[in-house]
Structure formats: C-alpha cells, structure tokens
Design a binder for this molecule. Structure first.
Ligand code: PAF
Length: 279
C-alpha cells in the first residue's frame, strides 16, 4: 500500500495509473476509521475491479470546522487507520498536511449555494464551503473516475453531487447506505466522544426516525407535527434541528409523505450526532 503525504507525488502516481488505463476509485475520509468506512472501501473495490486502484484520503479538513467546533479534538488515529486500510486492500492512502492543502494565503473556494443553505448548512455556516473545497481539491489531485460517500451525511452527498454536476468534474458519485451499530446508532467517528451513558441514549435518534417513518407510511402528516413528535422522543438531547425535506431539493415540505427525507442533528453533551431516514 502506497502512502503519500506530498500532493505532487500523489498526483504523479495517480496520473501514471490513469495513463495505464486503471480505474481509480476514491474514498475521501477524515480518518478515525470505523466499520462504516470499511464498507465504503468494499464498495470502492467492487467499483474499481481487481485491476483498478482504490484510494482513501485521510485528512481532517480544517476548512469545514467552525471556530467553536471540534477540529482540535477530532479523533486522529493514523497508525490504526493505515493498518485498517492495508487490511482492507486499499492501494494508496493520501494523507496531506493541512499546510500543504491550504497555503497561508489560500483564498480560493468551491461553494454550493442552494442545497447547502438549510439543515447543517444553517447551523454550521461555512461548513459546506469547506467540504466542497477540500473535495474539489482531492478530485483535482487524485482525478478519480468514481468517488464513494456515505448516506449518513445525506446533505453532504447531495451538495457534492450538485457541485460535480455544476462544475463538470468528470467523477461519478456513489452514495452507500449508512452502516449502523446493532442498536441502530449510525456509525460515526464522533461516536467515540460519547460517554457510556450517552452511548446508551444515542440510538433513540434512529428509533424516533423509524417511528416517524412507520407513522407516515400509514398516512401523511403535516411536517411540523411529525417534527414535534420526533423531538418529543429526544428528551435529554439538545436538538439542533429536525426537518422534513424534499429528498432532491432539500427544501422543507409542508406535508411529510413517502419519499421525503427527515434529517436530525442533536447534541448529547458536546457531541453532535446526525442521522436521516427516507420516509
Ligand atoms: O464526510 C467526511 O468525512 C468529510 O466531510 C469529507 C467528505 C472527507 C471531506 O472532508
């Protein structure tokens, strides 16, 4: 398994693979890898084929964290991550330094301005600009044919799809279902922050969403009523938002019905958890 820290070396290596006709599939990550990432890697391998190249990037992207967010404390476990990548059959890991990705006078950004307005975009101003910028940079450096993302970050996946379409990146975006713990909690590197008591509470988000889906499958509900019902099941959380949105436009809907998405962000202590479900 190749490990690249320098952008120029990574670019050169990926370019040579592309010229040799290899299909490159990229899984962008911020590290602290878990079973959810491993399933993205498996998907990437299936898409690349045995002869293709599966690449993972590991980069805690400072540009997508707000000033009071967890950039400094975000879990970093490079040695363990590299061992997991190796075991998962990853061909190349790109792990640049923040300084090499963002020059001190960095002043160019990729931004998506419609799908990123609501939900996490509202509570985390600048977050999606940071995500779009780093993903655009990774696409330029690696030039993958395909990139794989997880559905837990549903809004992120939609924003990236839109950016790729609007800015004509020749990259196919594949989004894979959320991997869950046996009790339903969506897998996330941030789950590591949870105390045992909080970890016991955390699956209630999934249960509230499942119950909402069950109710909507019986009959449609006014969206605010459904959101209130979900919130009422989240006592003990500090709810950032519960919103029923059109799955394509991410605009709030008036009536929640089959095919809409419900997205939730809620804090347990300082840990912000997100999840979503298709109704
Ligand atoms: O989903 C993530 O881990 C990050 O937002 C991503 C896509 C790797 C960009 O930093």
């Amino acid at each position: 398994m190749k490990l690249f820290r320098r952008i120029s070396e990574a670019s050169k290596w990926f370019q040579a693979r592309r010229r040799a006709g290899k299909r490159i599939v990229l899984v962008p990550t911020m590290g602290a890898l878990h079973t959810g990432h491993l399933s993205l890697f498996r998907k990437a391998r299936r898409l690349a084929g045995r002869k293709g190249v599966v690449a993972a990037s590991i980069f805690v992207n400072p540009a997508q964290f707000g000033p009071r967010e967890d950039f400094r404390s975000y879990p970093r476990a490079l040695k363990r991550d590299l061992a997991l990548c190796k075991k998962a059959g990853i061909d190349a890991v790109f792990h640049p330094s923040a300084g090499s990705m963002y020059a001190a006078n960095h002043s160019s950004w990729a931004d998506e301005t419609r799908l990123s307005r609501g939900l996490c975009g509202r509570s985390r101003p600048g977050h999606f600009r940071g995500v779009c910028t780093v993903v655009a940079k990774l696409f330029n450096i690696v030039q993958p044919a395909i990139a794989v993302f997880g559905e837990k970050d549903y809004q992120q996946a939609q924003v990236i799809r839109r950016m790729v379409r609007d800015l004509n990146f020749p990259v196919r975006i594949i989004v894979t279902p959320t991997r869950r713990e046996p009790d339903g909690l969506a897998m996330s590197s941030r789950n590591l922050y949870l105390s045992p008591a909080q970890r016991g509470q955390a699956p209630r988000i999934r249960r509230a969403l499942m119950e909402a889906r069950r109710q909507v499958r019986m009959r449609s509900h006014p969206a605010p009523v459904l959101a209130r019902k979900i919130k009422s099941r989240l006592a003990g959380f500090r709810v950032d938002y519960v919103e029923v949105v059109d799955a394509r436009t991410l605009e709030s809907v008036k009536r929640a019905q089959r095919g809409d998405r419900v997205a939730v962000a809620a804090f347990l202590g300082k840990t912000r958890l997100i999840d979503n479900i298709i109704l």
